[in-house]
Design a protein around this ligand. Structure first.
Ligand code: B12
Ligand code: SF4
Ligand code: SF4
Length: 273
């Protein structure tokens, strides 16, 4: 495939993803991802077993299971606007955990079917959890040109700000990358995202360039304290709502995790009426 054909294929894939329910999409190269900040720093950080992680036997700290033979990932994003908060709520008995995750899983499956049928390219939707073979999705999204990492330590997109959730599909074909972009709304912003945090998780520098040998640190300059954020997640778990599970009618829980650093960002916010 010539370089021009390759670039055209990436653009065609992005269009196909948007037609299948994704609100944003892009392509990143696995070789670039391997060198990206989260993948580089992961093994250097203290081990983490809180919310967002899962048990997997026999794993080594810092282990990433790069998908076999994969050369590129397709990143898809679904928006989670504030006026649809239910998209983000974790319900027992809901396949995918949240309604937003279901939309991502369905869009990913449809895109994989299209890639196989139209181009004979097998694609695998990667798991969410790193421990189950997932990769760091924010880095993939930045490299695919969807946006940048903000002072709130999450992906900020020009269209929807940080109010998106992400998934990746791995393909064995080396596709032209669609990013990165030089979009940077944080430059000069007075950081309402940080002020909104109930745990002051980004109030001071907790990691330094000297310590990690990396310029791109959590919260950009090392200001994101994962342990404080995790404390809020545990508070949110404790404050769950009791529900009846949709799948088997058994008692279950609904958890609304904190997302104040996300919703306080002005970028892509839906104008209030
Ligand atoms: C474990 C996890 C958590 C844990 C630990 C978080 C952590 N950051 O360590 C907890 C439960 C605390 C958590 C909290 C939240 N999470 Co979370 N989490 C994850 C998960 C599963 C892995 C993330 C992780 O461990 N990162 C590891 C460490 C190494 O990196 P990091 O601290 O995130 O910082 C890195 C980046 O900032 C990046 N970086 C910094 N500068 C630059 C520059 C460039 C160029 C690049 C490429 C990268 C880069 O490199 C840093 C390392 O230096 C991902 C899903 C996934 N598979 O990726 C979702 C994910 C990151 N979470 C997400 C969200 C939304 C949240 C919350 C808002 C809670 C919520 N309601 O969902 C908060 C936000 C906290 C915050 N401000 O960062 C979304 C982010 C969406 C977005 N817009 O970016 C993800 C992608 C899941 C999804 N469904 O899409 N999360
Ligand atoms: S509010 Fe948004 S634009 Fe401003 S610093 Fe925070 S993430 Fe960046
Ligand atoms: S998710 Fe909540 S606790 Fe965690 S950093 Fe954002 S505002 Fe702070």
């Amino acid at each position: 495939m010539s370089a021009a054909e390759n670039a055209a294929l990436s653009q065609e894939i992005v269009r196909a993803a948007l037609e299948r329910g994704a609100h944003l999409a892009g392509v990143a190269r696995i070789d670039d991802l391997r060198e990206s900040p989260s993948h580089r720093i992961f093994g250097l950080l203290e081990e983490y077993s809180g919310v967002g992680s899962t048990m997997a036997l026999g794993r080594v700290h810092g282990q990433i299971d790069w998908p076999d033979k994969a050369r590129s990932v397709i990143v898809i994003a679904v928006r989670h606007p504030e006026e649809a908060p239910h998209l983000d709520w974790w319900r027992d008995g809901l396949s995918g955990g949240t309604e937003g995750n279901r939309l991502l899983i369905d869009a990913g499956a449809e895109l994989a079917a299209w890639l196989a049928a139209e181009h004979g390219i097998p694609a695998r939707v990667l798991p969410y959890h790193i421990e189950k073979g997932g990769i760091f999705l924010k880095d993939a999204a930045v490299l695919a040109g969807l946006g940048c990492i903000g002072h709130n330590n999450i992906l900020v997109t020009p269209e929807y700000g940080p109010r998106v959730r992400l998934r990746c599909l791995a393909v064995d074909v080396e596709l032209e990358s669609t990013g990165p972009t030089d979009f940077d709304p944080c430059d000069g912003c007075d950081m309402p995202c940080r002020a909104a945090c109930p745990q002051s998780a980004m109030a001071r520098i907790v990691r330094t360039q000297e310590e990690y040998g990396l310029e791109d640190l959590p919260g950009r300059e090392g200001a994101y304290a994962r342990d404080l954020c995790e404390e809020q997640m545990q508070t949110d778990v404790a404050g769950h709502e009791s529900i009846v599970r949709g799948d088997d009618g058994e008692p279950g829980t609904l958890v609304r995790y904190c997302r104040r650093c996300e919703t306080a960002c002005w970028v892509g916010a839906t104008p209030r009426k």
